[in-house]
Design a protein around this ligand. Structure first.
Ligand code: HEM
Length: 142
């Protein structure tokens, strides 16, 4: 490597989105949409009546997933988000689609100035959701 070249660490998604606060705002919008739009009724029905614990939990998870503080993982040693979801009783491609559409809308509304970022994030979430649904029934393989 020449002296002119410098090694720069890639910017973390957590920093690019602006930290925890914008993530929490996106998650709140996601659950508000899930709670109010008929298009997401099946997805809503899978969740507990009170969505407030999920607002906290999904925010904590996404903070860690994007490279921020890892409290979600530290509080749940060995937890695997993929296998936990594959075991959900009503997991299927339709609810996976609803999850991704609700998150896409929430992200586009709450992170409006960075379409490249939201497209990449939603695309990664869509791959996870598809895998959760394709292997529904408790298969622990990744
Ligand atoms: C296939 C689409 C998905 C469906 C149908 C789905 C559904 C659910 C349901 C029903 C719960 C439990 C809710 C409750 O107890 O009230 C849950 C929890 C959770 N989901 Fe999903 N989910 C999906 C995709 C995802 C994705 C892609 C992520 C991460 C990027 C995610 C992250 C979480 C987290 C962090 C929790 C809470 C787990 C905990 O903290 O113990 N989900 N999900």
């Amino acid at each position: 490597m020449s002296e002119a070249e410098t090694i720069t660490r890639p910017r973390l998604p957590f920093d690019r989105i602006g930290g925890r606060e914008p993530i929490a705002r996106m998650v709140d919008r996601f659950y508000d949409l899930m709670d109010s739009e008929a298009d997401y009724a099946e997805l809503r029905a899978m969740h507990a009546d009170d969505l407030s614990p999920m607002r906290e939990s999904l925010t904590d998870f996404l903070v860690a997933w994007m490279g921020g503080p890892r409290d979600w993982f530290e509080k749940r040693p060995g937890a695997c988000i993929m296998s936990a979801h594959r075991k959900l009783p009503d997991m299927n491609m339709e609810v996976a689609k609803q999850w991704v559409l609700a998150m896409k809308q929430a992200a586009e509304e709450t992170v409006p100035d960075d379409r490249e970022f939201t497209d990449n994030m939603v695309s990664a979430m869509a791959s996870m959701s598809k895998s959760m649904a394709a292997n529904a029934g408790g298969d622990d393989s990744h």
